[in-house]
Write a new protein. Structure first.
Length: 499
């Protein structure tokens, strides 16, 4: 059986805690790998390696950092298929989707390659007699990233390239459900010339997480995951004096107005709801049909959903793979089996789906629930699976009120041909990311990603300008260089004068 160990100080470090976690192939249900689960002592070792590396990396030149990052970007590009294959083997998503994940992560590596312009300071000269004021941004020290199972390569790449470009060192704690991709990312960084200890990968469960949150040498924590855990991360790390960005869960809505192109809306709903088996924080999980279009829109969604081919992620014919674990598959199924009792019309029930020859895989088919009420479990909870809820609203105003009443505010979209309605929507909707005829409005790398309300804890979104600001802190410097010909001015206890 394959073993995944830690990556600390630029080399593989065997797990010493005696605790191991199982990693399954979601398509077969078989345990293929064991992953080391770190003790508090191993957490301390990883943070210690990062702290030691910061002594020189924190003062390294921008030219050195960007040179390494450019080489790293080239290596990642050359190993796209290898990274994607690891994602498919442990997460289950189809290979083309895994390749898309790698491409999205590369966007942030490319952003980090241009860090020289992001870290430019400011200078004001002659603010007073021979007095200048400058503002600079400096790194924090050791920062930690705790990442989810659904994007085992992309989300780590949303964090550590920018953090190390800013001069920090990094301890990554990836999901123990699919850990192999993160180790390969670290190995390629070392091959690109990243000094030992700048990037460390530490596997583990809650023991490792809580140790990172409490460690006095960790200056900041980045997190992506569910809302309950994001809230815990934010409270605990903040209480320990750390800077925190904790991205939580979502219930992303798509508002479809009566004038919308229903074929385009149906295509978008199916793509955004069922891609990656719904295991995306930006998946559309609730469609709000406005006016009389509901029945027709549901019929078109169903027609498309019934044609999606489900199978192993390494089969080129597969469009959707299995869920990550059997326990998660069973949890997702409960929302479908209980929907009718809570007033929904079950248009498609995917809970009995299996794949011939792979009967032990974590399979579930596409489910479509219509006329869902806002007080039902299927609507209130983040399901994180291929279940799409359709709700009805009589007017635009009612639809917007319904969406804004949700405790989540990650992403949302509107489908319409009316520019005025779209403009109103983007200003009135309470969400951090908005799409207009775009179902999954994930920003490009040079804009920041993040939600509102229970979808984000902390003041900074991830990557983009917010990411640079999160991984640095500002310093303002006031200088005065007297002219050699000036006589000393003497003691002055008055308020400093700038005029």
């Amino acid at each position: 059986m394959k073993t995944v160990n830690h990556w600390i100080g630029g080399k593989t470090v065997e797990g010493a805690s005696g605790n191991w976690g199982p990693v399954t192939d979601p398509a077969t249900g078989a345990v293929t790998t064991r992953v080391a689960l770190a003790s508090e002592a191993e957490v301390d070792a990883a943070v210690g390696a990062a702290k030691a590396a910061y002594a020189t990396w924190g003062t390294s030149s921008l030219a050195q950092r960007t040179g390494i990052l450019f080489r790293y970007r080239a290596l990642l590009d050359a190993h796209r298929d290898e990274i994607a294959a690891l994602i498919t083997a442990e997460h289950g998503k189809v290979h083309s989707d895994a390749l898309g994940e790698v491409a999205r992560g590369l966007e942030i590596v490319e952003l980090a390659c241009g860090i020289t312009t992001q870290l430019k300071g400011e200078l004001s000269t002659q603010v007073s007699g021979r007095v200048d004021v400058s503002a600079i941004r400096q790194s924090l020290g050791v920062v930690a990233g705790i990442t989810p199972f659904n994007f085992p390569a992309m989300v780590p790449m949303w964090m550590f390239p920018l953090a190390i470009a800013c001069g920090n060192t990094f301890v990554l704690k990836p999901s123990e459900k699919d850990p192999s991709a993160s180790v390969l990312l670290a190995e390629l960084a070392a091959e690109a010339g990243l000094p030992d200890g700048v990037l460390n990968v530490l596997h583990g469960d809650r023991t490792a997480v809580d140790a990172l949150l409490a460690h006095p040498d960790v200056a900041a924590v980045s997190f992506v995951g569910s809302t309950p855990i994001a809230r815990h991360i934010h409270r605990t790390a903040s209480a320990n004096g750390k800077r925190v960005q904790a991205l939580g869960g979502a219930k992303n809505h798509m508002l479809v107005l009566p004038d919308a192109d229903l074929d385009a809306a149906a295509d978008a709903a199916v793509s955004a709801a069922y891609g990656s088996a719904g295991e995306r924080c930006m998946a559309i999980s609730a469609v709000v049909a406005v006016g009389a279009i509901g029945d027709e829109l549901v019929a078109r969604i169903r027609e498309r959903a019934e044609k999606i081919k489900i199978g192993p992620g390494d089969d080129p014919a597969s469009e959707m793979g299995p869920l990550i674990t059997r326990a998660h598959r069973d949890k997702v199924a409960t929302y479908v089996t209980g929907a009718a009792a809570q007033g929904a019309e079950v248009v498609l029930d995917g809970t009995g789906y299996t794949v011939d020859g792979f009967e032990d895989g974590h399979w579930i088919g596409l489910s479509l629930l219509d006329k869902v009420s806002t007080d039902s479990d299927a609507y209130r909870d983040e399901i994180f699976g291929p279940v799409l809820c359709v709700l009805r609203a009589d007017t635009y105003e009612e639809g917007v009120a319904l969406i804004n009443a949700s405790p989540f505010g990650n992403g949302t979209a509107i489908f319409t041909r009316d520019g005025g309605a779209a403009r109103r929507f983007q200003l009135e909707i309470q969400a951090g990311m908005v799409g207009v005829n775009v179902p999954i409005p994930v920003p490009v790398g040079y804009h920041s990603f993040g939600g509102w309300k229970d979808s984000l804890f902390g003041d900074h979104h991830i990557y983009g300008n917010d990411g640079v600001h999160f991984y640095t802190r500002g310093k303002v410097i006031t200088t005065r260089w007297p002219d050699p010909s000036e006589a000393p001015t003497g003691v002055d206890l008055g308020f400093p004068r700038n005029h």
